[in-house]
Design a binder for this molecule. Structure first.
Ligand code: NAX
Length: 331
C-alpha cells in the first residue's frame, strides 16, 4: 500500500472547504488507491465550526482517510504537507475598496507562504483557490522562494469546466466528449474562454467546435460572457457563491497535475508565465497545459488570431495592474 499523502486545506470551515474535504477523503483528488491525511486550517472565529467538520469526517468512516488535523496554527497545518489547497482568504465585503481587500490577502498569503516554506515537504504542490487567486499565488511564490515556482498554481479549472459545460449544453452532447477549450489569463471577468482549438467527439470522429457550432456570434459573445459571469449567476441563484463545482474542479486540477492529463487533452491552469504566447514573464496567468509525471507544461504553438490576441492581452494587463497593487500593499 502507498504511504499517505498529506493534504492541507486552508479555509476548511468555509463552504468550499466543506464540499472539498469529503471529496479528497473519497479519493477524488489523488485516486482511489492513495491514502490521505487531511490538515485543515482556519482562523480562530471558525475554530469550533472547523472542529465540527473534523467530527463529520470521523463519522463518515472514509477508508482512505488515515488522519485529520484541525487547527488554527499555521505551522502545525503546514507540517510535512505534500499538497496545499489554499481556499482561505479575506472576502470582498460591500463598500470595501479593492486596495483594502488586496492588502488583507497579501498579508495572509505572505504569512502562509513563509509557513509553507518552513514546514511543508520540499516538493509540495500548491493550488491557490482564494481570490484574487492569480495574485495570491504570485505573493505566495514571492515569499516561499525555496518552493520551485513550477509548484505554485492557481485555480482556473472551474472556468475551464464551465466552458466545457456550456458547449456540451449547446450541442446536447456529453461534457466528456468536449475537450481542449482554454481559459487564458485571470480568474476574473476579464478571463478569455477560447474555443478556437476545442473539439467534440461525434459518431463520425473528432470535429472542431467552430465547425459544429455554426453560430459564430454566439461563440464570440454570449458563450464568452456566460462563462465569465457564471460565478455571479450562481450567486444570484443560490445566494451563495459556487462551492461544489469549485471543490470538484480543485480535485480535477490536482488529479491531472499529479496523475497526468489524458493523451491529446489539455486543461487550463494558472501558472507562472515564462513568456509563452507573449505573456509577460512573472505573472501567474492561466494557460493550456498538459501534465506528465507530476509536471505541467504549457501547450506550445497554438495559432492565435487577432480577436484572441486582444482578449489575452487585456486580461494580462489586468493581472499586471493587480500585481502592482499587491506590491504597493507590501510597503
Ligand atoms: P467562505 O467564506 O465560505 O470560506 C472561507 C474560509 O476561509 C472561512 O472559513 C474563513 O474563516 C477562512 N479564512 C479566512 N482567513 C483565513 C486565514 N488567514 N487562514 C485560514 N483560513 C482563513 O468562502 P468560500 O465560498 O469557501 O470561498 C473561498 C475562496 O474561494 C474565496 O476567496 C472565493 O472568492 C474563492 N473562489 C475561487 C474560485 C476559483 O475558481 N478560483 C471559485 C469559487 C470561489 O469563489
Amino acid at each position: 500500500p502507498k504511504d499517505p499523502c498529506i493534504v492541507l486545506v486552508t479555509g476548511a470551515a468555509g463552504q468550499i472547504g466543506y464540499a472539498l474535504v469529503p471529496m479528497i477523503a473519497r479519493g477524488a483528488m489523488l485516486g482511489l488507491d492513495q491514502p490521505v491525511i487531511l490538515h485543515m486550517l482556519d482562523i480562530e472565529p471558525a475554530a469550533e465550526a472547523l472542529n465540527g467538520v473534523k467530527m463529520e469526517l470521523i463519522d463518515a468512516a472514509f477508508p482512505l482517510l488515515k488522519g485529520v488535523v484541525a487547527t488554527t496554527d499555521v505551522a502545525e497545518a503546514c507540517k510535512d504537507v505534500n499538497i496545499a489547497v489554499m481556499v482561505g482568504g479575506f472576502p470582498r465585503k460591500e463598500g470595501m475598496e479593492r486596495k483594502d481587500v488586496m492588502s488583507k490577502n497579501v498579508s495572509i498569503y505572505k504569512a502562509q507562504a513563509s509557513a509553507l516554506e518552513k514546514h511543508a515537504a520540499p516538493d509540495c504542490k500548491v493550488l491557490v483557490v482564494a481570490n484574487p487567486a492569480n495574485t495570491n499565488a504570485l505573493i505566495l511564490k514571492e515569499f516561499a522562494p525555496s518552493i520551485p515556482e513550477k509548484n505554485i498554481t492557481c485555480l482556473t479549472r472551474l472556468d475551464h469546466n464551465r466552458a466545457l459545460g456550456q458547449i456540451s449544453e449547446r450541442l446536447d452532447v456529453h461534457v466528456s466528449d468536449v475537450k481542449n477549450v482554454i481559459i487564458w489569463g485571470n480568474h476574473s471577468s476579464t478571463q478569455y474562454p477560447d474555443v478556437n482549438h476545442a473539439t467534440v467527439t461525434t459518431s463520425s470522429g473528432e470535429k472542431s467546435v467552430r465547425e459544429i457550432v455554426t453560430d459564430d456570434n454566439w461563440l464570440n459573445s454570449e458563450f464568452i460572457s456566460t462563462v465569465q459571469q457564471r460565478g455571479a449567476a450562481i450567486i444570484k441563484a443560490r445566494k451563495q457563491s459556487s462551492a461544489l463545482s469549485a471543490a470538484s474542479s480543485a480535485c480535477d486540477h490536482i488529479r491531472n497535475w499529479v496523475l497526468g492529463t489524458p493523451k491529446g487533452t489539455w486543461v487550463s491552469m494558472g501558472v507562472y508565465s515564462d513568456g509563452s504566447y507573449g505573456i509577460q514573464e512573472g505573472l501567474i496567468y492561466s494557460f493550456p497545459v498538459t501534465c506528465e509525471k507530476g509536471e505541467w507544461s504549457i501547450v506550445q504553438g497554438l495559432k492565435i488570431d487577432e480577436f484572441s490576441r486582444a482578449k489575452m492581452d487585456a486580461t494580462a494587463k489586468e493581472l499586471a495592474e493587480e500585481k502592482s497593487l499587491a506590491y504597493s500593499c507590501l510597503n
